[in-house]
Design a protein around this ligand. Structure first.
Ligand SMILES: *[C@@H]1O[C@H](CO)[C@@H](O)[C@H](O)[C@H]1NC(C)=O
Ligand SMILES: *[C@@H]1O[C@H](CO)[C@@H](O)[C@H](O)[C@H]1NC(C)=O
Ligand SMILES: CC(=O)N[C@H]1CO[C@H](CO)[C@@H](O)[C@@H]1O
Length: 390
């Protein structure tokens, strides 16, 4: 389908966009209806008389008269802010979230030809893009994040002004399907957590990250600072949190199955009811953390490893810890009431003043552990102190 813009001869206002079909007579009759004049001549922008429908191209701008000669449209009549029509030039204007950006079609199309933006503007209006009253294409996205993207399309350089969140730009790049740009941004984001920026990552930022990550890719959170963040109830399976700072984090009901928390700082964190199946917590510092009602037991048999962890004063009441490895961990003053510690490795573990009342310690290995002041009352099963490490 071809589509043209019609004006009354000598004017450049109140144009009508019409579809071209049939013969020249059909177009004239359409012009009559749309423009309200007795249309009989059609001119192109240069004043040439059109006498054959075949001469009309898509997006032409045409002037219709009642028979008089072509009248050059008066430039004073043009509204000062009037935007160019695509047919005149390759220029077009986008209205992104209320801000106008003028650019060329080729800018939008050439740099990332497979992007959604390129598809939207490659062919004229196949997408039926909506326009505002100034003729600008409406895009309901953030202009702040769009600006660096447009500049990138213009000159190929990614320049993000200070104060613009890279994660926001990344989200837009993904929205517009710009794979190469998204990759560049990801690299930038990774490097933009410089050594001197120790401010912790918030839940909001992190959730954006999570949502932008394919489910199968491992999220590299090694060494990141989450101190005090609310990460409760999130799906954090398999994430690498090695050496991350998760102190005072809320991780209640989080799913941390097979997550790597080696040497992470979990001090004073809340992990109540977290799923910790097969978790790696070697030498983790969880001093003073709350781990009530946690599940460490992987049905497939991958044992949670908490060797050498600092679990001083933790509250692990009612946790499912069958087969857990707590070798040489420190559980001084910890509360482990009513835990299932069947087959647990507690060799060399410091259990001083630890409350183990109501625990199931069947087949647990307590060789060389320090049980000074530990409470073992209400034991459900006999203790096998002499069991060897299996
Ligand atoms: C992490 O964030 C906390 C809270 O703002 C801060 O005290 C700490 O120094 C930061 N850095 C590291 C490396 O944990
Ligand atoms: C983690 O952050 C806390 C502040 O919230 C800070 O006191 C602590 O030293 C940090 N831990 C590490 C290992 O940097
Ligand atoms: C603006 C202008 O010149 N319009 C003319 C278009 O043609 C009609 C009829 O031929 C004239 O009456 C208008 O003045």
């Amino acid at each position: 389908m071809r589509r043209v813009t019609l004006f009354v001869n000598g004017t450049s206002r109140n144009g009508k966009v019409v579809a071209v079909y049939g013969t020249l007579v059909d177009l004239l009759s359409m012009a009559r209806t749309k423009l309200g004049i007795k249309a009989s001549n059609i001119y192109n922008v240069k004043g040439g008389l059109i006498d054959d429908i075949a001469l009309i191209r898509d997006d032409d701008v045409l002037y219709v008269s009642e028979g008089d000669a072509f009248v050059e449209p008066q430039s004073t009549e043009r509204a000062p802010e009037q935007l160019c029509f695509p047919a005149h030039t390759d220029w077009l204007t986008l209205n992104v979230g209320g801000r106008h950006f003028t650019t060329t079609r080729s800018t939008l199309v050439n740099k990332e030809p497979d992007s959604m933006l390129a598809h939207m503007f490659r062919d004229q209006d196949v997408w039926g893009n909506k326009r505002d009253e100034r003729g600008a294409y409406l895009i309901d996205r953030s202009p702040d994040y769009f600006e660096p993207i447009l500049n990138y399309l213009r000159h190929g350089q990614l320049i993000v002004n200070e104060g613009i969140n890279l994660l926001g730009v990344l989200e837009e790049a993904r929205f517009f399907g710009m794979e190469q740009l998204a990759e560049q941004l990801e690299g930038l984001i990774k490097n933009s957590q410089p050594a001197d920026d120790h401010s912790p990552i918030s839940r909001k930022e992190f959730v954006r990250f999570l949502l932008a990550t394919p489910t199968k890719s491992e999220l590299r959170c090694q060494g990141l600072n989450f101190s005090g963040a609310d990460l409760s109830r999130l799906d954090l399976r398999y994430i690498n949190f090695k050496m991350a700072n998760l102190s005072q984090c809320n991780l209640a009901h989080a799913n941390l199955c097979f997550a790597n928390l080696e040497r992470a700082d979990l001090s004073a964190a809340n992990l109540d009811n977290a799923n910790l199946q097969g978790v790696k917590m070697l030498c983790t510092n969880a001093e003073g953390a709350s781990l009530k009602g946690c599940n460490f037991e992987d049905p497939a048999g991958v044992k949670a490893n908490l060797e050498g962890a600092n679990l001083k004063g933790v509250d692990m009441e009612g946790s499912q810890m069958t087969g857990i490895n707590l070798r040489v961990a420190t559980l001084k003053n910890a509360k482990l009431k009513n835990c299932n510690l069947r087959g647990a490795t507690l060799a060399g573990t410091d259990l001083e003043n630890c409350d183990l009342s109501g625990c199931d310690l069947q087949e647990a290995n307590l060789r060389g552990s320090n049980v000074k002041g530990a409470i073992f009352e209400e034991m459900l099963t006999p203790l096998h102190m002499s069991q060897s490490v299996r």
